[in-house]
Each structure stands twice: as C-alpha cells, then as structure tokens.
Write a protein that binds this ligand. Structure first.
Ligand SMILES: [Zn+2]
Length: 230
C-alpha cells in the first residue's frame, strides 16, 4: 500500500532536517539499486559529511521510507558516537572492509578477529533495525505496509552477517521468498537453529566449501548438525 503524500513529506522532511543539522544530505535516487541487489541504500560519512542515498525506483513508498529510516538509524548511531558504531572499527579500519578482504580471500583472520568483526556487523544492523522499527511506529507507517514481513527481512539481513562468517560469502539482499518466510516475526540478534538452518536450506551453494574450523563447535551444540559441517 502506498503511504499518503503528506506522510511521505513529513518523514522525508524530518530526515532531511536532522541531516542538515549535521551538514549532511539525503538523496532519493531514481535507480533500482547501487550494486545489483546488494545495496538498495546506504549511509556514508567517510568524508565527514553524513550522506544517505536511497534507490527509490521500482519501490513502493513504504519500502523506500523504511530504507530511509534504516539509513537514518545508522546516521544516529554515528551522531551519538554509539558503542555499536565504534565497534565497527578496528583502529581506523572499517570492519566491513576487513570482512570483505577476508571473504575475497585476500587476507586471513584468526577465529577471534573473525568473530569480533562479524559480531560487530550484526550488532550494528540489529541496533539499526530496532531504531527503524521504533520510527515505523512513531510515524504510524504500520498502516501502509507489512511490518511483520519487514521484520522477517530484517532478521534475514542481520543473520546473513553471522552466516557469512561460516560461509565465507556475502549473501545478496534479494532474499529468497521462502527464506524470509522462515525467519521469526520478532527481531532477533542471535543465531537460532531454525533460521540458521533455513540459510543452509535455501542457499546450499554458499556453504559448499565451508572450512571446518573452531566455528563448527557452535553447530555441534545444536540438536542437528547440518550435513555440510559434519
Ligand atoms: Zn544497515
């Protein structure tokens, strides 16, 4: 369902003003994504000016407004100098970049550093989704979109960072419908057996060359160890 124009103006106006107070800007861009499905929106502050870009083409207003609020939540994490934000740096290095180098097999990481990095990424997104949901409620957006589905997709997204540590692959954000259906309707920031198993079930190729290392110990505690990790 489409969000009424006055509501769209209210939300966009609010975010623009908050960003402007920090010298920043919101861009709504007429394209579908920034890199295939992987990046429908992002927050960037690398040049010390906070920028939010959201690809709006082909999205209904509920979808792009929730993207705006999600990125706005990252802006708040940065502005508040929050623990979850600061945890995404190792020294001056952004942990996402380190994770990406590891996933592309351009560097190796100790199990401890790996855990530290992927935890930070998942925690950052979990915190952002909690904030996003509170803004969805504040602006009464629930009337115009499927919030439980939003939550299931958010869970897939948060969990995908944790699963990337096992798979050594990034997961696309073009989620398979059945994966989203198998996610919980309440926001969670931990791997639970069933949602994790859903990743194995719907993305089997991503786990083909999963290295067996200490991380496997986690799986030995769950009642069923996925075949790939035995
Ligand atoms: Zn995010």
């Amino acid at each position: 369902m489409n969000v009424p124009n006055r509501k769209i103006r209210e939300i966009i106006g609010f975010v623009r003003k908050e960003l402007a107070n920090q010298g920043g800007k919101l861009y709504l861009i007429q394209q579908r994504n920034f890199a295939d499905c992987d990046e429908p929106a992002y927050f960037d502050v690398s040049n010390s000016t906070p920028i939010i870009k959201v690809a709006v083409k082909g999205r209904d207003s509920f979808d792009y407004l929730t993207l705006v609020l999600h990125e706005y939540s990252h802006f708040l994490q940065w502005k508040e100098d929050s623990v979850v934000w600061n945890d995404t740096f190792l020294g001056i290095q952004d942990v996402y970049n380190i994770a990406d180098l590891w996933i592309r097999r351009e560097m190796e990481l100790t199990p401890r550093t790996k855990k530290r990095i992927f935890e930070a990424l998942a925690n950052l997104e979990y915190d952002a989704e909690l904030r996003t949901l509170s803004y969805i409620e504040k602006f009464g957006l629930g009337e115009y979109g499927d919030v439980p589905k939003y939550i299931r997709e958010a869970n897939a997204y948060i969990l995908s960072y944790r699963m990337s540590m096992y798979a050594r692959k990034w997961f696309s954000q073009c989620w398979k419908r059945r994966l989203v259906e198998d996610m919980p309707n309440k926001l969670v920031n931990k791997i639970y057996y069933e949602p994790a198993a859903a990743f194995y079930q719907y993305y089997p190729d991503e786990f083909l060359d999963t290295p067996v290392d200490d991380s496997v110990k986690f799986w030995q505690k769950v009642p069923f160890v996925p075949e790939v990790l035995k």
